[in-house]
Design a protein around this ligand. Structure first.
Ligand SMILES: Cc1ncc(COP(=O)(O)O)c(C=O)c1O
Length: 437
């Protein structure tokens, strides 16, 4: 254990144990999941699928992958599951490759309105291969249905994606399904963020409305990093070859050998997600998110969507006169880890946006409940008030050079602020009561 890497792992373990992890896409995987991840299964090549491999010595790997497939199908109620995608972005690319020819139109939630890169955003290859169009959100944080319907009629997309990286409401999958059907499009429900909530019954499932469901496995589902692509009954009805097309797009289309240690860890996570205690966990995730949202509103914060119906809280910091970058660094200096995030109709950039994204999956895995959410909201309020006081005036100003100099200075000096240091110490003591799994 003398290698530098193991020292760094120890340091990261300590950082995770002593800070509040409020990034909505992160979670703490169980010891059993991590054990499977670190197992000898990483030694094996197994291109292909169970029963159809291009390598010898795969009989046990076949059993592992088949178990993961069966558990995914059962948990999400889908007739077909592919558990090999390395992560959410390659899974979305596989879906695109399976369904669309290069240059065909697709429709998804805009990045600045909480959408994800991998569904046709400009910086992603998905927009170079496919003709991407977007819909947005209303100021209230609802899907802009009028815009979505008009776009679907006009451009006749091959795929309508639902799902993003910031959205605080329950998705109306039936409405998405109707719009896609009318446009003759495939409805792909990217439930990456809410995969665990869907599995545990804390969010409705799109299994009857979507043709394809995709979820990452490391967020609310609390598994290893990876993704599952599932074809629904409706999907097989629209195209009986759809499952084959998905499988071929994943391997050999985009990937080589399956990551068998990840797939084994996923099988473990899927079993955990089928338990009563997981159901209780995801219900608590949502309760905690609602309470944290209410407390933040009481503390004077503006929330996109005026609250939270899932695991995610979306703060608009404009009324605090501070940007997301400055707030996020001050919070980190105080031991509170969040994400900066653009807000609908943001006038700033995605690197220096007007908002923040918080979530309750990880702290709920630690066993925190309503009382703790009240305390966390108070700490966030204190830190952001302090950040506003100590942030140099030039941050966010029109003079770009002065802005960059001020940000550099703030990022270096924020760690020495006595008030933030005191909060960081309090956070550390607070976290010690809730050890990591
Ligand atoms: C909705 C959605 N889809 C896809 C992804 C991509 O997942 P990954 O980061 O595993 O590539 C994310 C990641 O945040 C996401 O939120």
């Amino acid at each position: 254990m003398a290698d530098e890497i193991f020292q760094l792992i120890r340091k990261e373990e300590k950082r995770q144990a002593e800070t509040l992890m409020l990034i909505p896409s992160e979670n703490y995987a169980s010891r059993a999941v991590r054990r499977a991840l670190g197992s000898v299964l990483t030694n094996k090549y197994s291109e292909g699928y169970p029963g159809k491999r291009y390598y010898q010595g795969t009989s046990i790997i076949d059993e592992v992958e088949q178990l993961a497939i069966d558990r995914a199908k059962k948990l999400f109620g889908a007739p077909h599951a592919n558990v090999q995608p390395l992560s959410g972005s390659p899974a979305n690319l596989a879906i695109l490759a399976a369904i669309c020819k290069v240059g065909e139109p697709i429709l998804s939630q805009h990045l600045f309105m909480g959408g994800h890169l991998s569904m046709g955003q400009q910086a992603s290859v998905s927009s170079q291969y496919y003709r991407a169009h977007y819909y947005g959100l209303t100021k209230k944080g609802e899907i802009d249905w009028k815009q979505l319907e008009a776009q679907a009629k006009k451009i006749r997309p091959k795929i309508i994606f639902c799902g993003g990286t910031a959205f605080t409401k329950i998705f109306d999958f039936a409405r998405f399904g109707r719009i896609a059907d009318q446009a003759g499009a495939y409805f792909v429900a990217d439930i990456s963020h809410i995969g665990g909530l869907v599995a545990g019954g804390a969010h409705p499932t799109p299994k009857n409305e979507a043709h394809i469901m995709m979820t990452t496995t490391h967020k609310t589902l609390r598994g290893p990093r990876g993704a599952i692509i599932m074809v629904t009954k409706k999907g097989l009805k629209k195209d009986p070859q759809l499952a084959d097309k998905i499988d071929r797009a994943v391997f050999p289309g985009l990937q080589g050998g399956a990551h068998n240690n990840n797939i084994a860890a996923l099988a473990v996570a899927l079993k955990e997600a089928g338990t009563k205690s997981f159901k209780k966990y995801v219900a608590q995730v949502v309760k905690n998110s609602q309470i944290l949202a209410e407390e933040l509103i009481k503390g004077g914060f503006v929330l996109i969507g005026s609250g939270s119906q899932n695991h995610l809280i979306w703060l608009d910091l404009n009324n605090r006169k501070i940007d997301g970058w400055t707030a996020a660094w001050a919070l980190e200096a105080a031991g509170i880890i969040v994400n900066r995030q653009t807000i609908p109709f943001d006038r700033r950039s995605s690197y220096y946006p007007s908002g923040l994204r918080l979530g309750t999956p990880a702290v709920t895995s630690q066993g925190m409940g309503i009382k703790e959410m009240v305390i966390i909201a108070q700490k966030i309020k204190k830190v952001i008030a302090r950040a506003k006081k100590i942030a140099p005036r030039d941050i966010g100003g029109l003079n770009k050079q002065k802005d960059q100099r001020a940000r550099k200075k703030f990022k270096q000096e924020v760690w020495a602020d006595p008030e933030l240091i005191t909060i960081k110490k309090e956070v550390k003591v607070f976290c010690q009561r809730f050890p990591l799994p």
